[in-house]
Design a protein around this ligand. Structure first.
Ligand code: CA
Length: 514
């Protein structure tokens, strides 16, 4: 296939001295580009080629920034891989520019709507789900048993309810529940229960003797945002065995289902969307195809008044100085620095740093190090001002572009973004993953067309058409924006929901276990 197609590379920024080979299967030694550049060795697909002779120690520039230094002289036309690059230091946090270059607001986009479920607290759901929260892992198998029976015996009588989702997890007991780190998993569980797709109706299942008591999970001060009282089933209250335990959960569930079944989709402004962005299985095309297209869609969503959140601390750490400059106010910039510093300490205590981020698959996909990955990753965040910062598991309430601090792990990030009240998820991938979430639809965007061809029934949008020049970044961006409105309205089902591919909840617990 490569021999019949003209050799092509993609260069992102005019200052770049490396570019990405985009031909499928890579290119052999001797391949000649239209610019006259000739490869002096084979370069794999989406890997970097040197556009000039690089001296030892010279900066290797991609995205207009230094992504590493040549560890020896590299001839023009060579494959520039991880083994030839020394990574730069992370930008120091104590001299980040604070809100020095906030972008001017873009023109508002009026009139965009979706069909969503209006909630008493003003939020809007994109699905109608019975949520069952749990206080402790001890109850998880019992809840799983009950949910199977609810789905088989009760749910068919309530056709307007989409699903029953149990929030099960390993937390709740055997943990130092008053340690500072415990605040994160506890508020994550609480905010998951308050998710807009649960409609303010939530059922809590408790064991009875656990450290995370129902009142601590859902303090009275939080209850006004719920439409009804959260009903609590306590397993240890049962006097007549497992049958009574299950029957009690099913009775409470039926009451909730009756209420949820009265919900109807109504026209909601696009500003009710809370769209979470994430990438997983990134490659060197992520930063030139899928992520810029998602970034364009993010700008459209912000212009339409929506909340757009990006996350994954280790993937933005190397761009910290760029993002603090983009903050709307110095306070937002300082909050961003605070989250970066907290995570630096968290990694240091674990004997690691942000360089632990890239995976073997990332590296095979042409990403030499975390700096290159970060520069591609932040393209998702578009070009608008950063207006808010949330800690891990906190609820996001601002409109506009918000940073919700999370680890980069797909499932932990997804769980924390759900806790932040994300009602649509956009996920970019180069290597491919069947990732999905039960609580909110996940739109998967491929960075390359080969992945979409291999997995036509898992990938929702092919941004690889940007690399092949069939589409522009703007065209794919509009396509993603339109799909978000369709999916939020329940008119289009994402592939993960079609197959029922829903990853487990994964809490972020930086606190000690006992
Ligand atoms: Ca991720």
């Amino acid at each position: 296939m490569t021999s019949s197609v003209e050799p092509r590379f993609l260069r992102v920024h005019e200052r770049d001295n490396v570019a990405i080979v985009v031909n499928e299967g890579g290119l052999p030694a001797g391949a000649k580009f239209a610019s006259g550049l000739e490869l002096c060795e084979a370069v794999p697909e989406v890997h970097k080629v040197a556009l000039i002779d690089l001296a030892e120690g010279e900066a290797i520039v991609r995205y207009g920034v230094t992504i590493g230094y040549a560890s020896r002289a590299i001839a023009r036309g060579s494959w520039v891989h991880e083994g030839l690059m020394k990574p730069p230091e992370a930008p120091p946090l104590d001299c980040c520019p604070l809100a020095t270059a906030p972008p001017a607001p873009l023109a508002p986009l009026e009139g965009y709507t979706f069909q969503g479920f209006r909630n008493p607290d003003g939020t809007a759901g994109t699905k109608n789900i019975l949520g069952i929260s749990t206080t402790v892992q001890c109850v998880a198998p019992t809840v799983k048993h009950a949910v199977e029976r609810i789905k088989a015996e009760i749910l068919p009588h309530f056709p307007r309810v989409d699903d029953v989702v149990a929030i099960t997890h390993p937390y709740g007991c055997g943990v130092a529940i008053d340690a500072p780190g415990a605040a994160i998993p506890i508020r994550t569980l609480r905010n998951l229960a308050l998710h807009p797709n649960f409609g303010g109706e939530v059922l809590v299942v408790s064991l009875g003797c656990e450290k995370l008591q129902p009142v601590r999970l859902m303090p009275a001060s939080e209850l006004p945002v719920l439409a009804g009282e959260p009903s609590v089933a306590v397993l240890q209250d049962a006097k007549q065995g497992f049958g009574e335990i299950v029957a009690n959960i099913m009775t409470l569930a039926e009451k909730k289902l009756e209420k949820l079944n009265q919900r109807r989709r109504v026209t909601c402004p696009a500003s009710d969307l809370v769209v979470g962005l994430q990438c997983g299985g990134s490659d060197a095309l992520s930063g030139v195809t899928a992520n810029p297209a998602v970034g364009f869609a993010a700008d459209l969503l912000v212009r339409a008044g929506a909340t757009v959140m990006f996350s994954e601390v280790t993937e933005v750490r190397d761009a910290a100085h760029l993002l603090t400059a983009r903050a709307a106010t110095p306070d937002v910039a300082r909050a961003f620095v605070r989250e970066m510093a907290w995570y630096d300490d968290y990694l240091r205590l674990g004997g690691a740093d942000r360089a632990a981020n890239p995976t073997p698959g990332n590296k095979q996909g042409g990403l030499a190090n975390v700096v290159e990955k970060a520069m591609g990753s932040i393209a998702k965040a578009g070009s608008t001002a950063l207006v808010g910062v949330a800690g891990p598991g906190e609820r996001v309430t601002q409109k506009g572009l918000v940073f919700a601090a999370t680890p980069a792990s797909d499932f932990i990030c997804g769980t924390l973004q759900l806790a932040a009240s994300m009602n649509v998820h956009i996920f970019t991938t180069g290597r491919g993953t069947p990732y999905g979430l039960a609580m909110a639809p996940v739109i998967k965007v491929s960075t390359n067309s080969g992945l979409k061809r291999r997995w036509p029934d898992l990938i929702d949008v092919d941004a690889g058409r940007i690399a092949t020049a069939e589409r522009t970044v703007e065209e794919i961006g509009w396509e993603i924006f339109s799909l978000v409105l369709e999916v939020a309205s329940g008119r289009t089902k994402v592939w993960a929901d079609h197959w029922g591919l829903h990853n487990e909840f994964a809490l972020f617990n930086p606190g000690p276990v006992t």
